[in-house]
Design a binder for this molecule. Structure first.
Ligand SMILES: [Zn+2]
Length: 305
């Protein structure tokens, strides 16, 4: 091959590589604490960002071990989106460990998705975390309610538009398209659960209050003694009695719960137990936000039948 041609070809190869990495460098790099927030961020960014969740879908987002691999994930991030309300305080440790000034608390690329949300189950007295209660600022599991999608994606959009104002219009278009799909699905979900309005439900961990409240179901007890605190024998006896009195038919648990215990409680009270998708991807076939909500609503409707 003539030398000049070889040289030209290898230069072209170099340009191709540089061009490709320049294109991916233009993509925003976003990390989220949970898979719910990953899914809700992707609907806003479309292909303008690479979005990665720090917590795996199969683990409780309350308790994520801060490993060096997480810090590597966060080192070059342009933005970090957190759930807030004390669900994911571990994200602060990751941000600091990653030594990334873009995403430490207070930085421009740090986005708290809970801004402006009406928080349920706020303790009336000060909760001492040393007692083990993992909901000291109220219930942090607001993403389970599809009615929160508008507020959460608005917070994500505002945060990302701060660091990438050139994409604001595209983000807004993507978000509106997604919210139209949520609206359409909400009609179906409402219809599915409408016959069961006012039905009593028991849950394992207090993870479901936003979802239940949205569709008019009533949480009457939890298998855990308090959020994050396992049941005592005495608590289980009281709960089973209450379930019999209230004719509770359904106990809902998260995939990482002690499901044997949950099933035993349900059985003793003459109820059924089911695992719902506590996070996007935690149950088979729930890899997007809409699929997760859909699974949860359908399972509840089936069990309440
Ligand atoms: Zn919780």
């Amino acid at each position: 091959m003539p030398r000049l041609l070889t040289l030209t070809l290898s230069l072209l190869a170099v340009w191709a590589v540089l061009g490709a990495s320049a294109a991916s460098a233009q993509k925003l790099r976003v990390v989220t604490s949970t898979t719910d927030l990953k899914s809700l961020t992707e609907v806003v960014t479309g292909d303008l960002a690479e979005v990665d969740a720090m917590a795996r879908p199969t683990q409780t987002p309350h308790d994520v071990e801060v490993r060096p691999s997480l810090m590597v994930k966060v080192r070059r991030a342009d933005a970090m989106i957190v759930n807030g309300l004390d669900l994911d305080n571990w994200a602060d440790v990751v941000a600091e460990g990653a030594n990334n000034p873009n995403v430490i608390p207070g930085a421009r690329g740090r986005i708290d998705a809970s801004r402006g949300i009406l928080v349920l189950e706020v303790p009336k007295t000060r909760v001492d975390r040393s007692m083990g209660d993992v909901h000291p600022s109220g219930n942090p599991h607001y993403t389970l309610d599809p009615g929160m999608a508008a507020a959460v994606t608005q917070n994500i959009l505002e945060g990302l538009a701060r660091i990438a104002p050139q994409h604001r219009a595209a983000f807004e278009r993507n978000r509106q398209q997604f919210l139209a799909r949520v609206d359409e699905a909400m009609g179906r979900w409402d219809a599915m659960l409408a016959p069961y309005k006012g039905s009593p439900v028991v849950v394992n961990h207090a993870l479901w209050i936003y979802l239940l409240t949205r569709f008019g179901l009533v949480q009457v007890g939890t298998v855990e003694e308090r959020p994050g605190i396992p049941a005592t024998a005495n608590h289980v006896v009281k709960l089973v009695n209450l379930m019999k009195e209230d004719r509770v038919k359904v106990v809902v648990a998260e995939p990482w719960s002690d499901f044997k215990l949950v099933q035993r409680v349900a059985q003793e009270a003459g109820a059924k137990a089911a695992i719902l998708a506590a996070t996007v991807g935690s149950v088979k076939g729930t890899d997007t936000y809409l699929e997760a909500v859909d699974f949860n609503v359908k399972t509840l409707a089936q069990m309440l039948k």
